[in-house]
Ligand binder design. Sequence first.
Ligand code: HEM
Length: 451
Amino acid sequence: MLKMVDRLRKNYGDIVRLEGIPGRRRCVFLFDPNDCEKVYRTEGPWPSRISMETIKLYREQRHDVYKGESGLVSSQGEEWHRFRSKVNQHLMQPRTILPHIGPINEVATDFIERIRSFRNSESLEMPASFNNEMNKWALESMCVIAFDHRIGCLEPNMKTDSEPQLLINNVHSMFDLMYKLEILPSLWKLYNTQNLRKFFQVLDNLTRITGKYVDQAKQRLAEKPMENIGDRSMLERLISVDEHTTTVMIMDMLTAGVDTTSNTATGALYHIATNSNVQEKLREEAINVLPNKTSPVTLDVLNNIPYLKAVLKESLRLMPIAVGNLRTTNTDIVIRGYRIPKGDDLIMCHSLMSKDSKYFPDPEKFLPERWLKDSAGTTHSAKNAHPFAYMPFGFGPRTCIGRRFAQLEMETLLIKIIRNFRLEWNRGKLKLRSGFINTVESPFQIKMIDI
Ligand code: HEM
């Protein structure tokens, strides 16, 4: 996908229409931030985005649990807006992360120990399966927020029928099947294919596990009601809305909040390992906020790591999680003199715009300094860039609802890793694969040397 959109832009310019792909609506690729700004500014209060139709079908068929609710990843229009309004404050308010800082710190601490246990004792490199380990860290982190409970994905020697192993397998199968059903050509809309049946089975398993933790939290709340909603965890806050909303939101978090964080954190580790000046500056910051290797990450720490935040921004600029942000037009819209009718899919290719020298000088260079306040006025400052060129979490009412949690998880893990290890990467350029999202394809055998 990344190569294809690059070729489309080079061959045809800043707006390209593609049609005639079986099973796909007509789509228009946009490569100019001014045009993207026009799309976002006119999208209205109910933006539409290509949705996960298989998940929608599943939730419709399991009416007993989902009560007709499709959630965020698979609904549109008023239905989407109604759901988002119910859950938005419980995920997006800055204070919602507060009860989760301690548990996320614990997950990261365990992961640091795990790194020591499975790296090669001579080469100090991670095994080729480290990408999976990063994925388990992301899943454990998402679950400790969504279920208020340590699932145990980081336990060594898990039994094949243990709950964490089942969860890991099912989340993995969910992604795999979603890719086969939603991206590759598939006949599931015509008949109940084997993959669709497998997909429903996987979602049944995940719904069952989610239901168990929602029940437990309900019971806890009934036994010990809390007066101040501000002290509650995200799960407890959602339960105060209602049970099926909670289940749907947690399923959406498992769908959208695991591969995204694990691949973004992996990309950031790669950039840190391959830019020694950045790594040194970052270590200085880490030692400053974490006096000891085991010092916990607290709110105060998170408020005092501007360089790490800049590193994450720069990493997402060079390695965004998606080729582009998607919208489906809700009304006819005119762009560059072309009338794009209601119902066309728009793909706003921020992955190219954020690497364009027009907006980011020396675009291939990894320069976190671009994002620092004191870079204002310098040629490389991101303040000079068009504000719609770089959109790693999307924009507007349909922006990523998990952004605060994603940042909490990634900042906590990265600051602890940098405080504990010197990173080296000796395995050439990192290869990416773009499917649903951009994922790291190279075995992530990063070297981690205790400092
Ligand atoms: C580095 C990590 C992440 C990145 C880069 C990312 C990026 C994005 C982007 C680009 C969108 C589309 C926004 C738009 O259309 O304007 C999105 C939507 C979404 N994200 Fe994230 N995301 C991340 C982590 C998470 C996490 C941890 C969660 C779980 C809490 C999550 C849940 C969602 C959901 C549910 C949506 C759909 C929102 C809606 O349609 O209303 N994401 N994300």
